[in-house]
Design a protein around this ligand. Structure first.
Ligand SMILES: O=CC(=O)O
Length: 320
């Protein structure tokens, strides 16, 4: 009998065919909605491999009830939706897709930074709502990006790619990371600082840390209190790294000037979310890696991970 692969989100034909050439394949067909939890659990029970994304919660309980499962390949760099410890304990391999999305995600991060700095969303909306009565000296004035200080918390691949973009804007780049990266300092001219110093000096605070128990609410009330009132927070990593309630208070009380957010604590959010009421929030719906080329590269890499695992080869990007 051929191994069974379940693809948890609808994928283009060229991706499905890559797997269907060798295996029996099942796929959740609805484009806009994730597979319900119960159906995912049923599929996992019979699957040898699961192709998932960030919308599928691969819980420990579910993994324990999936006796045939050999590999989970997620089409994402972040894997906080997967119970990695249980997967390791059960000998289920887990693979993710770093590298291919680095530059695309850094582009979006920088786009959010610039949009929040120059109030692009507010400005665009004002003109569409017929609110441009005259050029006026201080109308919609924002913050300069060129020559400003950028603080990056979490200097992984995407943090480095953001720092490279900042060099073109003559920015001073401070970073804080679990471990100091001297080689990156020489290569990129970035400066290592303690977390508090970075937060106090940054004009733009860019959160790039992966989400885990250790980074839960890494930026909260205390951190907002330390930030400059002119500073802008950018988050394109995971919502849970920032305490959203504290962020709302800080924005409303003008403890900070603005925020550019691509991620939220509980996704998806809708237009009733309190952060979206604020004109100093620029928000996008978790589209960091969403270019056609990058999403296709991620999908191919995810399918390749399944091919590799089921044929006993090394996985290109294995987590456990
Ligand atoms: O958020 C997206 C990813 O982790 O790739």
């Amino acid at each position: 009998m051929k191994p069974y692969v379940f693809i948890a989100r609808k994928m283009p034909e060229e991706i499905v065919n890559k797997l269907a050439d060798r295996y029996e394949v099942g796929m959740w067909e609805k484009e806009e909605e994730p597979v319900p939890k119960e159906r995912l659990a049923e599929e996992c029970q019979k699957a040898d491999a699961v192709f998932c994304t960030i919308t599928e919660a691969m819980s420990g309980d579910m993994l324990r009830q999936s006796p045939k499962l050999k590999v989970i390949a997620t089409m994402a760099v972040g894997y906080n939706n997967i119970d990695i410890e249980t997967a390791a304990e059960l000998g289920i391999k887990v693979a993710h897709t770093p590298e291919v999305l680095t530059e695309t995600t850094a582009d979006l991060t920088f786009a959010l930074l610039m949009a929040a700095a120059r109030r692009v969303e507010e400005a665009a909306l004002s003109i569409k709502q017929n609110q441009w009565s005259s050029w006026s000296p201080f109308h919609l004035t924002g913050r300069d990006v060129f020559g400003a200080t950028l603080g990056i918390i979490g200097m992984g691949r995407i943090g480095e790619a953001v720092a490279r973009r900042a060099a073109g804007f003559n920015m001073e780049v401070l970073y804080h990371n679990r471990s100091r990266k001297k080689e990156a300092e020489d290569r990129l001219g970035v400066i290592y600082t303690g977390k508090n110093e970075l937060i106090e000096r940054a004009d733009f605070l860019c959160v790039m840390a992966p989400y885990s128990k250790d980074t839960h609410h890494l930026i909260g009330k205390e951190e907002f209190r330390r930030m400059k009132p002119t500073a802008i927070l950018i988050n394109s990593s995971r919502g849970g790294v920032v305490d959203e309630k504290a962020l709302y208070q800080a924005l409303q009380n003008k403890e900070i000037t603005g925020a550019g957010l691509d991620v939220f604590e509980n996704e998806p959010i809708d237009s009733a979310h309190p952060l979206l009421e604020l004109s100093n929030v620029t928000a996008t719906p978790h589209i960091g890696s969403a270019s056609v080329k990058t999403r296709m590269a991620m999908a191919h890499m995810t399918a390749d991970h399944i091919l590799q695992a089921l044929s006993g080869e090394e996985l290109t990007h294995r987590v456990v």
